[in-house]
Design a protein around this ligand. Sequence first.
Ligand SMILES: Cc1cc2nc3c(=O)[nH]c(=O)nc-3n(C[C@H](O)[C@H](O)[C@H](O)COP(=O)(O)OP(=O)(O)OC[C@H]3O[C@@H](n4cnc5c(N)ncnc54)[C@H](O)[C@@H]3O)c2cc1C
Length: 617
Amino acid sequence: MHVYNQVVFLVVGFLLINITASMSPYERMIKRESTQGLYGPNDKVIIVTAANIEKVVFNNPKATFLEFYNAYCGTCQRFSSVWKEVGTSIAPWNSIVEIAAIDCASDENNAVCREHEIMRYPTMRYMPPNYQKGKKQIGTNLDHLNLPTFDDLLDEITIRLVNETEGGPSWPNFDNFDGNNWKDVFNEASLDTKFVYIVNDNLLGYLPQQVVLDHINVERVDVRIVDGEFRLIPDKSFKLGVVDPKGDFKTIPVEIELREEFSEAISNHLKQHHLLVATTESPPKENDVLENGTDSAADLLNRFFYDKARSMKPMPLFRADLEQAIRNTLNHEVIQRETISGESLSALRNFVSVLARYYTYGNKNSYKKLLDYLMEPSVIEVNGSDLQTFLKNLDPPIVHESQYIGCFSTQAGKRRFPCSLWSLFHHLTVQHLESEDNEDPMEVLYAMHGYISHFFGCSDCAKHFKEMAKRNNIWNVTSKDQAVLWLWSAHNEVNQRLAGDLTEDKNHPKIQFPNDDFCHACRKSNGDWDKQEVLEFMRRHYGNSHINDMGLDQPRALKLNARARQIFAGGANNTHLHIGILAYVVIIICLMVVAVKFYFRRGYRKKLYHHDLLGKV
Ligand SMILES: Cc1cc2nc3c(=O)[nH]c(=O)nc-3n(C[C@H](O)[C@H](O)[C@H](O)COP(=O)(O)OP(=O)(O)OC[C@H]3O[C@@H](n4cnc5c(N)ncnc54)[C@H](O)[C@@H]3O)c2cc1C
């Protein structure tokens, strides 16, 4: 290789290694942003991901109740407290059952959510013990529960466990004891059993079975259920009793029919007999929370953009948010569908063609390729995983992966995608208004309605949106101005409904938009909206001319101020430092070798021969 080429090769290699090493905190930040779920390491809910599902759910001798949720969906956020409460409440049952959750808003779980054909969030599935991975093995749907309460769930879980036939020999015995004498009850218990507690089957609901489950991990104790009319019981109104190894039965008073009361009564009885309530509860599985709050460089960088965005008054529209919306719609929500056909295929085609026409920053060639792929007349069905591969191979991609800026939130599950989606559709209605195209004033609203109805991961939001669209006569919009204002007004209606809701980020309260900070002239002196001013404001705020590019590129390429550079440089972790040092050492050695070679070659050339002086003969 020519010496010059070698030098170029080394310098490029040097730069590449350094860029790769320094990109990582940024990439990790993006990854973390998309993986902040609703459950943390302190919850008694196992966090399932594509990486651990094989271990946690498949071939597990325990039963699993798995919630498929979407971190940004308000209903899921509200429901998460119920799921956590269930996890805590049935922790004593954890040798036979687990409460788990998987976040379908996280890119890494796309394939799992698609394979399990999740159409709405939250979706709960029951996976029996020893559940095997395989085609159409997607667990049993618990859709009939439809946003269950804590009590509904506890009953459902109990019923499933009681009726489970795959549990094997260690499964608790829920059958009524029907022996001839009390001593027989020990024949069906483990050898070291000291006391067998007897619960009356006539108790409320599934309480007897739950008392059994509450004590499956208590050492030297067994709990059995008997029929209220059981012949060996003198007092048919008893709630709880105990049989000792001699076969003597005694009732234990319990005031209220509550699980806690039974646990306390049994625990007190054990204490009286100097037995500690030792449990053999399986240790909780370690939750696989990705980089949960540990990545200081990423946190600081996020914070930097976020603070900078918030310091802009009024906050502009960020292109990075729009690109995140596009990336999430296509590369996440759409490809999570197992198959796309009929109305949903038409909705997808409309959505992509509206993007191609009015989102002017996307890559035109890639849009064209995608549209050709979707519009092919012979195509009547698109497979989600095929589309995923197609999008992955699109070079360049329609939009590049970026991060949320104006839609960022410091709280998990808040803002981000739904915020960016609203912004995208407002932007598209305004771009449509600014365009020469006068054919169909409903074009963008129609595409939005289709997208939300068929693909938006927040099923309840989609339901509310469709109801609102009907109520507010979306199909009566007759001009592009009206389309912009229809969406503005609809969004305000949603803001009003959600103001003060649990899903609200307190740093970004749901206001009637635009408030005074954004547009003073938008309100008349009597407080009513001045629609003409609102329209002008929307054109300014959501138009291309005021769009802000912050955060779109690698931080290195941004004109960051000294503070940001300091943050970023200070954030590299040890691995990156080591890669950097190694790269420097290797490159310096190589450069020295090249320099020596270069020097000797020059020396060799300097030597003069006769023919150099006389010319070749
Ligand atoms: C179509 C749709 C329907 C939804 N329905 C529900 C639902 O039923 N229940 C639920 O819990 N969540 C729903 N959501 C989510 C919810 O509306 C918010 O998007 C989410 O809570 C995040 O709120 P945010 O504070 O980031 O602001 P968002 O409401 O997402 O707004 C994003 C940005 O748009 C701007 N903006 C605000 N209001 C307007 C306006 N009127 N016109 C123009 N720009 C505006 C502001 O700059 C704001 O920061 C829905 C989302 C979408 C896209």
